[in-house]
Design a protein around this ligand. Structure first.
Ligand code: DAH
Length: 342
């Protein structure tokens, strides 16, 4: 192959690659291997002295023409690339998806709380509210909790001033309800009261100083322990699923007699035994009992005629069961990665 054919084959090759150069960098590579001082055009110019004198002029012209042709092609491709890049900036593709709008949702505890309330409302209970700032009378005395009871210690209770405290449970709402209602012939109380409660606990996997409870109270003529068991069992099956059983065992709370503690079949292992239920197959979800006669009497409700039951459950614990969350502190840390899973 003669030197001119060699040149022309290299030029054709480079010219063919130019239109395919997608960006400035690939174009710069073509330019560097062809028209730059290190490219093949420069090599050919150096060879000029090897050419017989009478052909040098034509040869020189051919090389320069090739260089010109390549430079023009490169320059016009560069202009195209720049043009494309700048028009891209202004180009609005209306078919693209928009940025996703992040949607807020209810906190898992609120979701569980609403579900609890819905179930009791469907059984005829009314949802009532009570103050978070309480006095010692409603939080303790009226509930038969004597002056020197350990729960009243300021190690356990947040005292604001005098006998004003942050309520340590939702049970004072029982008292406020009994105070408020008319004590007439057809007295019938069916309330639940969800809300926040406070205790001076050091936070760990199962304790936080601020937590939620739902209190329940039913008082009327002829209300028995079996009514309590039935209401609580219906609630538990509606909340956790029909496969759930309840276990009622005696426990002591000063404001109920007899007092009990309710456990449900562990919703996580189905009762087989797992770390959450400490291999027992049961998890305790609430305290309960028949309202103590002296509690009724103090509120002007004659215990010979009216009886009732009460219960109180920890909402975080129940939410933990429902959503199978290991550590209850996560409910308070407001980490979006945690909260967005519910
Ligand atoms: N108030 C109790 C607590 O916070 C829970 C409780 C137990 C509430 C028995 C009740 C009850 O209404 O009858 O530990």
């Amino acid at each position: 192959m003669g030197i001119i054919e060699e040149l022309s084959s290299l030029v054709q090759d480079a010219l063919a690659r130019i239109p395919d150069a997608a960006d400035e960098e690939s174009l710069r590579q073509i330019s560097s291997s062809s028209v730059s001082p290190k490219g093949f055009i420069a090599d050919f110019l150096k060879k000029i002295k090897e050419i017989p004198a009478e052909e040098r002029r034509d040869f020189g012209q051919s090389v320069n023409a090739a260089k010109q042709q390549l430079e023009n092609a490169i320059a016009s491709r560069l202009a195209e690339i720049k043009q494309a890049a700048s028009s891209k900036k202004d180009y609005l593709d209306i078919t693209l998806e928009g940025a996703p709008a992040l949607c807020g949702r209810l906190h898992p505890t609120t979701q569980a709380l609403r579900r609890i309330c819905d179930i009791f409302v469907s059984m005829g209970f009314e949802v009532v509210d009570g103050p978070e700032i309480e006095d010692e009378y409603h939080n303790f005395d009226a509930l038969n909790i004597p002056p020197h009871h350990p729960a009243r210690d300021d190690v356990d209770t947040f005292y604001l001033h005098g006998d004003v405290i942050l309520r340590t449970h939702t049970s004072p709402v029982q008292i406020r309800t009994m105070e408020r209602i008319e004590k007439d012939e057809d007295l019938l109380i069916r309330i639940i009261s969800p809300g926040v409660t406070y205790r001076r606990d050091r936070p760990d996997r199962t304790h936080t100083p601020v937590f939620s409870q739902v209190e329940g109270l039913m008082v009327g003529n002829g209300i028995k322990l079996t009514h309590m068991a039935g209401v609580i069992e219906s609630f538990a099956r509606e909340f956790f699923g029909p496969q759930i059983n309840i276990r009622l065992r005696p426990d002591f709370f000063p404001f109920v007699e007899p007092g009990g503690e309710i456990a449900v079949t562990c919703p996580i292992c189905g009762g087989k035994g797992c770390p959450t239920c400490k291999k027992t197959g049961w998890v305790e979800i609430m305290g309960c009992g028949m309202v103590h006669p002296s509690v009724l009497e103090r509120q002007g409700i004659p215990p010979a005629k009216y009886q009732g039951f009460a219960f109180g459950m920890g909402v975080e614990r129940i939410t933990q069961m429902l959503f199978q969350v290991e550590d209850s502190r996560w409910f308070f840390e407001n980490d979006i990665r945690f909260l967005s899973q519910f």
